[in-house]
Design a protein around this ligand. Structure first.
Ligand SMILES: [Zn+2]
Length: 622
């Protein structure tokens, strides 16, 4: 039994009595009665008003012949008119009503079908609208927050349930749509979307897009700015501001190789081109797997290809997530755990086992740290999840525990057999959505029962529905990281000098592990010694910087606070800044200082990042 989740939200949902895994508790849409197949957007990008406005036409089908009310998702949209038509007939105005706003879900839009259309099984709904000032998917950057400093920039982040803040639609991964769009921009800027971007498009201020493969709404994406293109391979390239175009093309030079390798391993790449869009620093994530055009943080530009596992991750989503999609956000491990697993397989082919072992150990350590902070009910991979914010649910559990489950299955059945299983999984569920329970049944029929006696359904259920890790879970191990940890201890015990430890020659992953292996008792003098020997405070590598400044904050190492603040201003990616604020807020002395630093930096952060940091600095406000 699950507590009543929606009673006070003013929406039309019935209170939840029995948890239904196939139902999306994060959408108002009545998808069992009506379903959208195709979307047409015509939007003007107004930088002065920080607003998108225009129209959305939803091509819908009625599944329930008795249903006369369509319910869509929206958040903060100003909807000025709704009309409906059959395929070839003129639009007629329709009655509509925007319901009370729920802080997480937004507002339901209820549209009455006109009486004479009530027999139609397919029809179009046109909504005229403009986005609101706090549209959660949109970030509007003034020129000074871009690399070039002269033109504004805007981008969307629709996952998990933010698409509804820039398009009124059925905002649930359970519904897949194709789309077309016309985007009007200032004529000197370029628009790109998660669609058929043409690298040769001339700058005109009017751009047309088409996405012929059906995608869930969270993969709708748009960016507009002073964007240019550089090719990386036959099918691949990178879009970004000219100031970082060369650095981006250098850093991600092997993207075509990655794509070819992935297609060989996981089955054909089904999306045409694969391009990257490197965004300004405030992009809140490492990457976002918008199909055909992954959105990427510039914090990966380390100058040495050392952080490209994020590209392998976003590319792998072209199979796990974009091709086979989690039914609801509660099943997010099917997107993220599976993708982390594919990422590690891809990285092993391209960069070798040692690097993958290192990355897997670091992921495992983060998972163990998170178990300490997450209540047991949320430590299962797929617990009932009828309320709350899906953005809070995309944490380490889905990524790293999910990956470990797939590693466990690979270990149990052998790589060859498991790879065959994965290939048929991607094939059988291509362009579909899937619940955890459907996955479990499919796994049971196609792997567990076929090779009986290796891993049981009950063992898999323990991963899915129980906290922590089973006793026989794989434990990632890396010899190079073990050596780094041993040297960290040996130095603190005076057995070895810093100039005998070649940290600069190590992988950044080993440097991260070295920093994390330092004992709690280091003196200020020792920390200064470390910093001047290895230049951690001045590193160009964002992951080393993140690790070092978390330690600096936890240890209250004030000599490095000025550089720490520079780190907080340089990056906007949530992963790189939020844990540093958290460490300051929780070190017993620096909560006020953390708030001051945040006040100075927050104008350059994305709303998703701000919300996360607020949970540490202003507990109870999120
Ligand atoms: Zn991902």
């Amino acid at each position: 039994m699950i507590a009543i989740a929606f009673l006070a939200t003013g929406c039309s949902k019935e209170p939840v009595e029995v948890y239904d895994p196939a139902h999306d508790y994060f959408s108002f849409a009545n998808t069992e009665q009506f379903i959208t197949r195709h979307l047409e957007l015509d939007l003007t990008v107004d930088f002065d008003k920080e607003q998108l406005r225009g129209s959305a036409i939803l091509h819908m089908e009625r599944l329930d012949p008795l249903a006369t009310e369509i319910i869509l998702d929206s958040r903060g949209l100003d909807i000025s008119g709704v009309s409906i038509s059959l395929a070839d007939s003129p639009m007629v105005p329709a009655e509509f009503q925007v319901g009370e706003e729920d802080p997480v879900l937004g507002s339901p839009v209820t549209i009455e079908l006109p009486a004479d259309l009530e027999i139609a099984s397919s029809f179009m709904v046109r909504l005229e609208y403009a986005t609101g000032p706090d549209a959660s998917a949109l970030q509007w950057l003034p020129p000074e927050l871009t690399a070039g400093g002269k033109q504004p920039f805007m981008f969307t982040q629709s996952q998990a349930i933010h698409a509804r803040s820039w398009v009124p639609l059925q905002d649930t991964p359970a519904v897949r749509i194709t789309y077309k769009a016309v985007i009007h921009t200032p004529s000197n800027l370029l628009a790109v979307m998660s669609a058929n971007n043409n690298p040769l498009t001339p700058r005109s201020g009017e751009y047309e897009f088409e996405m012929p493969q059906p995608i869930p709404s969270y993969l709708l994406a748009l960016a507009v700015g002073n964007i240019f293109f550089a090719p990386l391979g036959e099918q691949t390239g990178v879009y970004t501001e000219p100031e970082v175009l060369d650095a981006s093309a250098f850093e991600f030079a092997n993207t075509q190789d990655m794509l070819d390798t992935a297609a060989e391993m996981f089955g054909p790449y089904q999306w045409g081109r694969y391009d990257l869009l490197v965004l300004p620093p405030s992009f809140p994530y490492g990457g976002m797997e918008n199909p055909r055009l992954s959105f990427i943080t510039p914090s990966l530009l380390a100058g040495d290809h050392s952080l490209v596992s994020v590209i392998a991750h976003e590319l792998a989503h072209s199979w796990s997530g974009n091709l086979v999609t989690n039914r609801t956000w509660r099943d997010g491990w099917l997107n993220e755990g599976m993708t982390n697993y594919l990422e590690s397989r891809l990285m092993e082919v391209l960069y070798g086992k040692e690097r993958v072992d290192e990355e897997n150990v670091l992921g495992y350590k983060e998972l163990l740290l998170n178990f300490d902070r997450i209540i047991p009910e949320r430590q299962a991979l797929a617990p009932p999840f009828p309320s709350g914010d899906p953005d809070d649910f995309q944490g380490t559990i889905h990524y790293h525990k999910g990956q470990l489950l797939l590693q466990y299955l690979e270990n149990g059945f052998g790589r060859e057999i498991f790879d065959e299983f994965l290939a048929s999984y991607f094939d059988d569920f291509a362009f579909q959505t899937i619940t955890t329970e459907r996955f479990l049944d499919y796994l049971d029929e196609n792997l567990l029962k076929v090779h009986e006696g290796k891993i049981s359904r009950e063992q898999v259920e323990q991963w899915l529905y129980k906290p922590g890790l089973p006793d026989d879970a794989p434990k990632p191990h890396s010899e190079s990281l073990d050596r780094a940890a041993a040297l960290a201890i040996a130095w603190t015990q005076g057995e070895v000098q810093l100039d005998e430890i070649p940290v600069a020659e190590w992988s950044p992953q080993a440097a991260v592990h070295f920093i994390n292996s330092l004992p709690a008792s280091l003196s200020e003098e020792q920390l200064n010694e470390l910093d001047s020997a290895y230049g951690f405070s001045d590193t160009r590598n964002a992951e080393i910087g993140r690790t070092w400044f978390i330690q600096v904050a936890e240890r209250q190492h004030r000599p490095a606070y000025e550089k720490l603040e520079q780190h907080l201003n340089r990056y906007g990616r949530t992963r790189l800044v939020a844990p540093v604020y958290r460490a300051l807020a929780e070190n017993g002395s620096d909560l006020e200082l953390a708030r001051e630093m945040f006040t100075n930096a927050r104008a350059s952060y994305h709303p998703i990042t701000i919300a996360k940091i607020n949970t540490f600095l202003l507990p109870g406000t999120e």
